[in-house]
Design a protein around this ligand. Sequence first.
Ligand SMILES: [Zn+2]
Length: 150
Amino acid sequence: MERIVCGGNVLAADPEKTARYYKKQSPCGCSGCRNFYFQIKEKYPQLAALLEQFGADVLKPDETPWFEAEDHIEYFPYYTAAGRIETKGGEQFEIGDLCVDFIRPGDPSGNIPNNQSGPYFIIGIYGIKLPWAPNESFPAKEGPVPTEKL
Ligand SMILES: [Zn+2]
């Protein structure tokens, strides 16, 4: 376990185990998620950097709720990380214009489909706004639901 201090929280994380999990994870193939994969690294580089510390892949959220607002799409993806939250510093903290929350399993705010068997915590991200990517077509297509375990 590696001790990571982030946004006032202290986490005991296992980035290598998390990275192995993400290698096996299949991303969702729906239109909204594909739009997310297409733009997220470029528009929110601070998010990929944050997740990398934990071994999580920004392109493979476990769950990516999204909805269409007037001229953009809002996303609030959840990522899984192996380890545990040792000290929770507060509710949420900001990186750039995003809000981040470390969520313990069983907490109602991180109630996402999940069948992990080892110790883990959830990284919830709020405030992502992306346009539909221009000149790209994103036909609706349902992707597989994550089934891998840590
Ligand atoms: Zn999707």
